[in-house]
Design a protein around this ligand. Structure first.
Ligand code: PLP
Length: 230
């Protein structure tokens, strides 16, 4: 069941990539399978069917899975991170998607330095300026990117967006397009240590549109694993 759904999502990503008009069609897309609230058995099933990257949104849950999952995968932290958990985040995750303040960046940098790691990070942008969501607003973005770039144990890799849950998913399109424009602009800038390459946007309900508009990392849970039981 998981394998079938996974292959369907992979096929949809490929089709969306070929529908691109404003974005190079050949730029590949990485699929992060979001396994929050799903157990290790489901994770193994997905990995055995071809998943290479796992997304979790809570440190505590990821920690418990990390210790028992006997498979080699890349780990993405996609949820909000509290500064006091930075130590765990740098220990477990290959890419942290949710840097949204200088305060948090400094804490993650400090934690990474203490284990002699260069931590790859994305900056999360709250482009729709939703009060309920984390992420930096556009007017503070450049200052935050520069702050992250100045920290020795962080390597800025790009941007992350969680789109609002619009009833009509097409309403996401202008937001994704706008985000791709910002991504292109910062990718063309000179940085000290940043290596900007990734634009993480698109979830189950909107990943096709996100890929069409230039996402090169999508984070998909429900479409692969089914509804989460809380
Ligand atoms: C849960 C989650 C996802 C996946 O959501 P689905 O709708 O299940 O695909 C993606 N990104 C973030 C940040 C999430 O918290």
């Amino acid at each position: 069941m998981i394998a079938e759904r996974l292959h369907e999502v992979e096929a949809e990503i490929e089709k969306a990539r070929l529908r691109r008009t404003q974005v190079p069609k050949d730029a590949p897309v990485r699929l992060v399978a979001v396994t929050k609230n799903h157990d290790v058995a489901a994770m193994r099933e997905a990995i055995d069917a071809g998943v290479q990257e796992i997304g979790e949104n809570r440190i505590q849950e990821a920690k418990s899975k990390f210790d028992v999952l006997d498979r080699k995968v890349k780990w993405h932290l996609i949820g909000h991170l509290q500064t006091n958990k930075a130590k765990h985040a740098v220990k477990y995750f290959d890419l942290i998607h949710s840097i949204d303040s200088e305060h948090l960046a400094v804490a993650v940098n400090h934690a990474a330095a203490s284990i002699d790691k260069i931590q790859d990070v994305l900056v999360q942008v709250n482009l729709a300026e939703e009060a309920s969501k984390s992420g930096i607003h556009e007017d503070g973005l450049m200052d935050l990117l520069k702050a992250v770039d100045s920290l020795e144990n962080l390597r800025l890799r790009g941007l992350m967006l969680i789109a609002p849950n619009y009833e009509d998913v097409e309403e996401c399109r202008p937001l994704f397009r706008n985000m791709y424009g910002i991504f292109q602009r910062i990718r063309g800038m000179e940085w000290k240590r940043a290596k900007i390459e990734y634009l993480s946007m698109g979830m189950t309900h909107d990943y096709r549109i996100a890929v069409e508009e230039g996402a090169n990392i999508v984070r998909v849970g429900t479409a692969i694993f089914g509804q989460r039981q809380y």
